[in-house]
Design a protein around this ligand. Structure first.
Ligand SMILES: [Zn+2]
Length: 79
């Protein structure tokens, strides 16, 4: 498949990790298949993958792993 963003002739089939806030909970989904442009890194998800992600987010399964995530508060630069 050609990249729709930069016209690079062939996007690559790779897997990625997605993250999403669910209210005040952050969840991550790993091993998500995606086509990625090696030139401009635009990503293309198939309709099947999007449906599977929606289902997983609507009715989460037992997580395969848990990590602690450090949270920082934004601080403006001091001029
Ligand atoms: Zn591209």
């Amino acid at each position: 498949m050609k990249c729709g963003a930069c016209n690079y002739p062939k996007v690559e089939q790779v897997t990625t990790t997605m993250d999403k806030w669910q209210g005040n909970q952050l969840i991550a989904i790993k091993c998500v298949p995606v086509e990625r442009c090696p030139q401009c890194v635009e990503e293309y998800f198939s309709p099947e993958v999007l449906r599977a992600l929606e289902r997983l987010i609507d009715a989460p399964h037992e997580p395969v792993d848990q990590i602690a995530v450090p949270i920082f508060k934004y601080q403006p630069l001091v001029a």
